[in-house]
Structure formats: C-alpha cells, structure tokens
Design a binder for this molecule. Structure first.
Ligand SMILES: Nc1ncnc2c1ncn2[C@@H]1O[C@H](COP(=O)(O)OP(=O)(O)OP(=O)(O)O)[C@@H](O)[C@H]1O
Length: 255
C-alpha cells in the first residue's frame, strides 16, 4: 500500500537506505522516488556512491538497512527468483561496454534473448537487427568488438540491453570512457531510446547538455547523501545548494 504522499506512478522507491562495505559507510540514508517514464540524472564527485546506488537497485549489492522497491518487487530481502525477475527487467549499461569479445555485435545482442528467453535464433536475429538499426549500427552486425570504436561499442551495448525489453535502464557513466566526439553519438542514442520507449532511466553522467535535454530530474550525491534533487532545469540553472553550485562549476571547468 502506498503512503498518501507517494505518487501512484512511482517505479523505484528508496526509503532510508544505508549501505556499508565493512566499516565504510557508502550510502547514508537515501530516500528517493523515481516515477515511471522519468529520466533521473545522478551526479556527484568520485567515490560518493553513484555506482553503488545503481547496483543496489537490481540487488547486485545487498543494502545494510532501509528498503528498496522496483515496480511491484521489493529488492531488499528478495528471493533469487525475484532478483532474477528484477534483473531481467533492468538494462544496465556500463562505462566500459562489457561486450563479449569473442562474439560479433549481433551475437552479443542475441545471446541473452536466445539463452534466457528461449527465443529461436531466427527471431532473435531479426529483433537484434532492428535494434542495431535503431542505434545506427546495422552495417556492423557481423563485426567483433575490437573492430569497433568506443562509441560504436557503447551503442551495441545499449542495443544488447534493449534486447531484453527492459522496463528500466541504468546507465553508469556511459560516455566517460569515450573521446568527446564520440560522446554525442551515444547520448543521442540514449535520448532516442527514451523518446521511443518512454522508458524509466537513471543516468550517472556529468554531461550537462545531455542532462538538460533529456532529464526530468537531477540529483547531486555527496558522501552517500542526497545534497539536492530538483527538476533538471532548476538543478542545472538555479540550484539552491551552494554545494551543487560548486560541483556544477567544477564539472563545467572540466569540459
Ligand atoms: N565492493 C566494494 N568493496 C569495498 N568498497 C567499495 C566497493 N565498491 C565500492 N566501494 C567504495 O564505496 C565508495 C563508493 O563507490 P562507488 O563506486 O559507488 O562511487 P562512485 O560515486 O560511483 O565513484 P566514481 O565516480 O569514481 O565511479 C568508494 O569509496 C569505493 O571505494
């Protein structure tokens, strides 16, 4: 049952989440709601807990206390069966692509639908080709990851995540390993995925232009605490907290 203050269309809900690695406390009382179809941009200094927060969402990291729910599922304390359901409905795109090096672009995309969903090869390949077209990579279907640029690898990784028809996409610094000229092509694909699928997304990124163009909300995390959370327009143009202003100045100077 939802509390009266919670929006009915909440897809991800954190309540007072704490996460420690041994004696090191990494998330310190995170409470957060992400609505269905919303794009939340998450930023913060190195080591503040951004990747840990993403990994807690699909149970890759168990939390120390508090509660997390995703869709109809409670993540903390979930059975392996439930965790599997949550992970299958969550696409995860990492900084370093994590493509299988010995498989072509198309094979990278079809492997999970074939092995996990039991899709016949022909159907998986047809779906895979559609996705490669969507990310502008159809002509590279039979090419291996080492023959692709970083931006192209990341576009294949996005198509691979989409092949499982997720309801949620988590992006962990998807462009930070890329040269500046390749970043835009990946950001454009992420924008397009959102527009075409109206998918709920959390994107860890410091790309302000991208965040302004696609994010509904943005949030600054520092030392495992939410410093500021606001609409993307307010967050990037009129942040309330001095810490946010300082952070935004610092990342603008790095660009
Ligand atoms: N498996 C682990 N065991 C122990 N400590 C960890 C583990 N994973 C992360 N940490 C620590 O937790 C803290 C937060 O790490 P996390 O990767 O979530 O930060 P981040 O904000 O994503 O950083 P970055 O921007 O550098 O990727 C860091 O101090 C990190 O060293």
């Amino acid at each position: 049952m939802l509390a009266a203050t919670e929006p009915a269309d909440t897809y991800i809900r954190f309540r007072d989440v704490q996460k420690s690695y041994g004696a090191v406390s990494v998330l310190n009382g995170i409470s957060l709601d992400v609505a269905k179809g919303e794009v939340l941009v998450l930023c913060g200094p190195s080591g503040c807990g951004k990747s840990t927060l993403l990994r807690c969402i699909n149970g890759l990291e168990p939390i120390s206390s508090g509660t997390i729910s995703v869709g109809e599922h409670r993540v903390d304390g979930a059975s392996q069966d439930t965790l599997q359901k949550i992970r299958l409905s969550t696409g995860f795109v990492f900084q370093n692509f994590n493509l299988f090096p010995h498989m072509t672009a198309l094979e990278n995309i079809t492997i999970a639908p074939r092995k996990i969903l039991g899709l016949p090869q022909r159907e998986a390949a047809a779906e895979g080709m559609k996705l490669l077209e969507q990310v502008g990579m159809a002509e590279k279907a039979n090419v291996y990851p080492f023959q692709l640029s970083g931006g192209q690898r990341q576009r294949v990784a996005i198509a691979r995540a989409l092949a499982m028809k997720p309801s949620l996409m988590l992006f962990d610094e998807p462009t930070s390993a890329l040269d500046p000229e390749m970043r835009e092509e990946v950001l454009q694909v992420i924008r397009q995925v959102h527009h075409e699928h109206n998918m709920t997304m959390i994107v860890v990124t410091h790309e302000i232009g991208f965040a302004k163009s696609v994010a509904s909300r943005a949030m600054l995390l520092d030392a495992g605490r939410i410093v500021e959370e606001a609409s993307a327009r307010v967050f990037f143009e009129h942040p309330v907290e001095e810490r946010t202003r300082r952070f935004l100045r610092a990342i603008s100077n790095d660009l």
